[in-house]
Design a binder for this molecule. Structure first.
Ligand code: SF4
Length: 451
């Protein structure tokens, strides 16, 4: 039996797609082996979000070639889509496929075995207007299942290369999303994370169908689904319709990840983000009214070209005032090929690092404040794994619906189930809790086998 090994760089979407590609190999009789082992085929799913993403991707490709020079080396993903020639120039690379036509991978492998000449399967992504359907009925090792609902982005922010790697906005057919969600629930998952490149943009390219309608249909039609999380949604996509839907919903979690990027109107303009801070504030305030105690997390880029101390402080104060529950802070990193990389006034690394540190301190403080509201409250958590800091302690960790990381005494059979716990000591990154009760006793395939 032939063997295949995978290596995934980058974001959740890439991880999801590796699972989808694995399904294709599985159906064709392949066995999956660890990337560090000898395999007949190596698939490297690459990332290009930063210049470092490209470099790391090249290192991993070379590692696979060294491990088994006779293997078929197949490179896919975002870096493959934007720079196929660069990848084919690495001696030993056999097949390059970008972010589309992945189902052709197996045909290309057979073709390569016969002809022994490298294949470039990358085509112009900008012409693609159709979502490429690929099944992921279960995951190898997760308690939260990702479900990809859309591809691409139409925004072209000046720091971002992703639209060139992923193409324009394409939504997945609603019925396919629902069918896939049911399969995941049937496989034992209680929580589904809706993912995509620009997830909250779902529906923009569909006629008479919206993200809000998808959320309603998932809740009404998927039997046994306990939690829906949206991986990311822009403030402008938190429409009244979406907010009303989540207000009424019993399963959309009290957690929204709303990318801010900057809290300064002038920086936002240079980033070509399509909102002002006033608009952003108005939307999240409305969300907080509809969903009291909602955890709003966000991404911020610090040190964007030309960012003055005053502009940075506008961001700082905005975050402080609006009490985000957690921030992911990124120092601006030049991405070749984007307008921002060519801008003058690039910021010194020292200044960037100093601002990153100040925001991380703020984020930690806000995270603690957010968590402290829940001390002595009972929350529902899905245990994911043994407590990482002390695996022999009998403690397990998992996330509550409002994205608090909670550690509490549990047993292996509780993994993947909804468990009630009482928060005894809030904190960040961990909150301590005592066990109250298991909310569902259905045998979970995830809990019983995969983990
Ligand atoms: S919204 Fe902006 S940052 Fe996000 S994928 Fe689109 S272009 Fe990139």
């Amino acid at each position: 039996m032939s063997t295949v090994a995978f290596y995934t760089l980058g974001c959740k979407v890439n991880h999801y797609e590796t699972e989808a590609i694995w399904q294709l190999f599985k159906e064709n009789g392949y066995n999956r082996v660890d990337f560090e082992k000898l395999a007949d085929v190596y698939v490297i799913n690459t990332c290009t979000v930063t210049n470092t993403g490209d470099k790391k991707s090249r290192q991993v490709i070379r590692r696979a070639i060294r491990r088994n020079p006779d293997a078929v080396i197949c490179v896919t993903g975002c870096y493959a889509q934007t720079s196929p020639a660069e990848i084919l120039a690495i001696p030993g690379v056999d097949i390059v496929i970008g972010t589309q036509d992945r189902p052709k991978m197996l045909t290309y492998i057979e073709q390569f075995k016969q002809e022994r000449t490298p294949i470039n399967g990358v085509k112009n992504i900008m012409k693609n207007r159709v979502y490429e359907e690929m099944d992921v009925p279960s995951f190898t090792d997760r308690t939260r299942a990702s479900l990809k609902i859309q591809e691409g982005c139409n925004n072209f922010c000046t720091f971002c290369i992703i639209p060139w790697a992923r193409g324009l906005m394409r939504s997945r057919n609603p019925q396919d999303v629902i069918t896939q969600a049911q399969q995941l629930v049937d496989a034992g998952y209680r929580e589904i994370v809706l993912t995509g490149i620009h997830t909250g943009g779902y529906g923009q390219d569909l006629k008479d169908y919206t993200l809000a309608m998808l959320l309603q249909d998932l809740e009404a039609q998927v039997k046994g689904l306990k939690r829906i999380r949206i991986s990311s949604i822009e403030a402008s996509q938190l429409t009244d319709e979406v907010i009303e839907t989540i207000e009424k919903s019993n399963i959309v979690v009290r957690h929204m990840h709303v990318p801010l990027q900057s809290g300064s109107d002038t920086v936002l303009k240079r980033m070509r983000r399509k909102y002002t801070m006033a608009e952003f504030a108005e939307r999240i305030n409305k969300l907080k009214q509809a969903m009291p105690q909602v955890a709003i997390t966000s991404d911020v880029i610090v040190g964007f070209p030309g960012e003055t101390e005053e502009e940075f402080m506008e961001t700082y104060r905005f975050i402080e005032e609006h009490k985000f529950a957690e921030l992911h802070v990124f120092p601006y990193s030049k991405r070749t090929g984007t307008p921002a990389a060519r801008m003058e006034d690039q910021i010194d690394e020292d200044v960037k690092n100093d601002r990153v540190q100040r925001l991380i301190v703020l984020s930690d403080q806000l995270a603690k404040e957010y968590a402290s509201q829940f001390e002595n409250e009972v929350l529902e958590v899905i245990p994911e794994e043994k407590y990482k800091e002390d695996p022999n302690s009998g403690l397990y960790e998992g996330y509550s619906d409002n994205y608090l990381k909670v550690v509490f005494p549990a047993t292996e059979d509780m993994i993947g189930k909804i468990v009630r716990v009482k928060i005894t000591k809030s904190g960040y990154p961990y909150n301590e809790a005592t066990f109250v009760r298991v909310m569902d006793e259905i045998t979970s395939e995830v809990g019983a086998t995969a983990l």
